[in-house]
Write a protein that binds this ligand. Sequence first.
Ligand code: ADP
Ligand code: F6P
Length: 323
Amino acid sequence: MQRIGVLTSGGDAPGMNAAIRAVTRTGLASGFEVYGVPRGYYGLIEGTFTPLGARDVGGIIQRGGTMLMTARCPEFRTPEGQRQALQSLAAARIDGLIVIGGGGSMAGAATLGDQGFPVVGLPASIDNDLHGTDMAVGADTALNTALDAIDRIKDTATSHNRAFIIEVMGRNSGFLALMAGVAGGAEVIAVPEIPFDPQTVIDAIREARRKGKPHFIVVVAEGSRWNGRELGDFLQQHAPADRFETRLTILGHVQRGGSPTAFDRLLATRLGIAAVEHLQAGRSGVMVGLRGNVIGATPLVEVINTCRSVDRQFYEVARILAL
Ligand code: ADP
Ligand code: F6P
């Protein structure tokens, strides 16, 4: 193997740049030529490959987003798109690829692996919904961003004796909501993985009033059965007369940006190094990941066929902590 490519795909995540830097510099140090592929799988299909030198990835470890750009590329889901991508790779004589992205991107990587192309996945997604890694790159930064917002909202909620519904991202995963909710001391947390009755929020609001709580914070995952807006409407219609006045904040894409935390920079760096090592050793068709404090690898087929859910026991703990 002489030439490797690296791309970022799907939703961007803070720390993707740190991963690109680690892949590039480790690749160069291992004797590879390294090529950046712009705009995720679009770059593969179009065959636009840019040689990356050590200086090209300088000054990016602290930057959010991805210097390679990213995209969601429906064309790559088709056999024709994949055929074009493999053709482009062959024409550029690239013989190995590192795909940095979330679950969808890993599914894309798996299709290349299935067709005999050496590929290694590197998990990066604020949703942290991937089997095979305790943490995906970007999740820690997004969590801290959401937490910072919750802390700020709590200040104003307390000053006005208000209830706030705060909706966080996560697609179908409740990781961000559960962790940000616990760390932010939320009264109620709603996640997609666990059934949720909005009536319990009303009961909890009454209880909070009785106990003399000065605020009421609900953290809702966007993928929950009741998202922020729906829950707000429900409270509007059904809440008791003495309810807290309620406001809704949807955090949205603010959670995707920003400088990666130290944790994400280090995780991205460790995973980037491991991804190159796996390609070099001929261990492809895997996704590198963190388990405990150990970097390992999981077959892509297992990654994409296994659902990851939030820790139900921890969810129960969160309820007790909100007493
Ligand atoms: P993420 O990687 O953040 O989960 P997406 O789910 O949008 O983001 O997936 C990113 C891209 O990966 C898609 O736009 C598509 O190009 C590719 N992809 C996703 N699922 C598949 C699949 N089943 N087969 C081939 N490519 C896929
Ligand atoms: O997968 C990352 C993520 O930010 C999800 O949390 C969210 O549902 C989705 O991407 C938003 O996608 P887009 O940036 O295309 O609106």
